[in-house]
Design a protein around this ligand. Sequence first.
Ligand SMILES: [Zn+2]
Ligand SMILES: [Zn+2]
Length: 196
Amino acid sequence: MDSKFYHGNIEPKDIARALHGHFNRNNLNTKEFGAENRIIVQIATHINAVSGGDTAIPVTIEKVPDGISVQIGKQSVLGVAASLGLSALATFRNPLNLLSRIDDIAQDIENLQLKEDIWQIIEQVAQHHSATMELSENLRTIPCQYCRCANPVSESSCIACGAPLGDIQPTTCQGCGFVVQHSSTLCPNCGAKIRR
Ligand SMILES: [Zn+2]
Ligand SMILES: [Zn+2]
């Protein structure tokens, strides 16, 4: 799972702050790019000095209408470069040497479970802010398909005309929090089956 959605009263900076607090120590370091609505926290790790230097994982946190989306990028220098839109390779003294080692490095990071650790911190922050992968009720309304009246998402029938809203109620993927149509069977973000 590489991207998740948390709905509720949570800001990108809440996640960024926690990532800095947790990962900016020992043989890891963090850097921040972007601004309020889109923050990239790059968590770098010094795997093996001989291999050419650090490699890093970018975590992109973006504001969405009812919460945030969090995306953890590829575990390689190429992933970092693509995600940041600049040449991260230029920062390495011997990039060719490193390129040949990317698979190894990616494996090293996998072994260290850095990605799992990052998700764990993000989950903790989300929980602390009561943000969940379920649809937040306060920010989302759905129009009745008969009278166009805006209804709170939790209503099963239209508050104005009483028509059933069941079919048009949006829902979220239980795996990643992506908002999907009620009729969806597969999540467009992670491919999981939508259960209700
Ligand atoms: Zn209605
Ligand atoms: Zn999903």
